[in-house]
Write a protein that binds this ligand. Structure first.
Ligand SMILES: [Zn+2]
Length: 63
């Protein structure tokens, strides 16, 4: 998967690619509650982080 160029919406600087992690559904219900109906188990996501304000951006990993 290609690394995207993403700017932080708050700082308007480039966000850093952290990596692709598997998020365990059920422990992250706050964020992914609406996905529970059609996904079970772990959800692979690509994570980006703003080096300044530490905002996190998630993208669901596409196989
Ligand atoms: Zn920021």
């Amino acid at each position: 998967m290609k690394v995207r160029k993403i700017n932080c919406p708050y700082c308007n600087i480039a966000m850093k690619y952290v990596g692709t992690k598997r998020i365990q559904l059920g422990k992250s219900n706050m964020i992914f509650e609406h996905l529970d109906n059609w996904l079970s188990g772990a959800l692979p996501v690509s994570i980006y982080e703003c080096p300044k304000c530490l905002k996190l951006e998630f993208f669901r990993y596409r196989k």
